[in-house]
Design a protein around this ligand. Structure first.
Ligand code: SAH
Length: 376
């Protein structure tokens, strides 16, 4: 973002939430010309914003009053607005956010026994048109800015009152009170919005702020092959790949980007180009679709495909949505599939469907809000 210098002579409202430190510095230099002082102010602001969740300059007590009121005149620290919030019986909480241009995105908080995960969006809608995914049916598509990506996390911290327990789970009486993991598994394809996602991750991982370790952030991709290696090297976070099929003819239909980077290209690149660190694994997501990709042969093929690649397979029971041509595999079928994988010594948890009563699958809350509007 090109920040207009000399804000005081040319006042304009700039949101500083989710800006990089360099951008923040260039803004603050307009108020504090001395470089040492300016960089001290950036550190102070950073700490107020990302360690304490402060959204008003008034409360930044270590910054002198004059400066605070100047900052207040031209800068904001604004979050995306919660348009709708639904809490499932199992505690899963789904947010529908309204952005400045009125686009809608979703974020889901998933508390579990030993951790709690925030699932965030990287785009409004998605261009990949995976045939089982509801987000693909939505027309409007644009990339989110790093501000909007970080904004989702901050807004959930506010809403769930998590700022007190930010540094670790110590002191939190349950995992309802802390976010331990962030996954880019909401709307959109993060690797098609690479620069903004990278910038957002760097802010989330900054050790003077929210301080998420790279191991606690996962980028999930449908398989944008060249960007996987880049993300692994440059961002350093964990990688999940939406595999969903063991043969090109099936994957071409389920995940059409397979026509550009097929199974062979995807898996060879993961094997040969991505330098996994010690004990690191690639997670493979595999949605269980009745009669489509859930046979024993599929399970055996999957094991063969992943041979020698440090991996973990996440079996996801399909989350049904109205109008979808697919059905969820039966639990017997999922179990038989899982048993074959386990026998091969690959770790393979079945992801427990969460928040089904609030339609927590990708893209579904947004669509229900559109329907609500259509029926008014
Ligand atoms: N574009 C990225 C991230 C978005 S979706 C990707 O494709 O990985 C996150 C995960 O949810 C993906 O594995 C996606 O395939 C899966 N998913 C989408 N719709 C689903 C549904 N209705 N039921 C179960 N999983 C779904």
């Amino acid at each position: 973002m090109q920040i207009k210098l000399n804000l005081l002579k040319n006042p304009q409202e700039i949101n500083i939430l989710g800006l990089g430190k360099d951008e923040l510095l260039s803004i603050i230099t307009d108020f504090e010309s001395q470089p040492k002082k300016a960089s001290m102010r950036v550190s102070q602001l950073w700490s107020w914003i990302y360690c304490h969740g402060i959204s008003s300059f008034d409360k930044m007590t270590n910054i002198d009053k004059n400066l605070r009121s100047q900052l207040q005149k031209v800068l904001t620290i604004s979050r995306p607005i919660i348009e709708k919030k639904e809490i499932s019986n199992d505690g899963t909480t789904k947010y529908l956010f309204c952005l400045k241009d009125r686009s809608k995105i979703e974020t889901v908080f998933i508390p579990e026994e030993k951790r709690s995960t925030l699932c965030i969006s990287s785009q409004v809608g998605c261009t990949l048109s995976c045939s089982f995914c509801h987000t693909g049916t939505q027309k409007l598509v644009r990339n989110l800015s790093a501000q909007e990506i970080v904004g989702q996390v901050i807004a959930v911290y506010d809403d769930l009152d998590l700022w007190k327990k930010i540094k670790s789970s110590e002191g939190a009486s349950s995992f309802f009170e802390v976010i331990t993991n962030i996954v880019f598994m909401g709307m959109g394809e993060p690797l098609l919005n690479y620069e903004e996602v990278k910038k957002a991750c760097n802010i989330l991982m900054d050790n003077k702020g929210l301080d998420f370790s790279r191991r606690r952030i996962t980028l999930s991709t449908a398989g944008i092959v060249p960007k996987i290696k880049m993300a692994h090297e440059e961002i350093g976070c964990m990688i999940a790949v939406s595999l969903h099929a063991t043969e090109d003819k099936t994957r071409d239909v389920l995940v059409p980007i397979n026509k550009k980077w097929n199974l062979d290209k995807l898996l060879s690149s993961l094997r040969n180009d991505v330098n996994l660190r010690n004990s690191e694994r690639v997670t493979f997501e595999y949605v269980m679709l009745d009669g489509v990709n859930d046979t024993k042969e599929d399970a055996h093929r999957l094991v063969r495909l992943l041979q020698g690649l440090p991996s973990k397979i996440n079996l996801i029971p399909f989350n049904t949505w109205t109008g979808s041509q697919y059905r969820r595999s039966s639990s017997d079928r999922i179990k038989a599939f899982r048993d074959i994988i386990i026998k091969s010594r690959l770790p393979s948890p079945v992801r427990k469907p969460r928040g089904e009563d609030i339609m927590a699958a990708c893209g579904q809350l947004k669509s229900s809000s559109l329907k609500d509007k259509a029926s008014i």
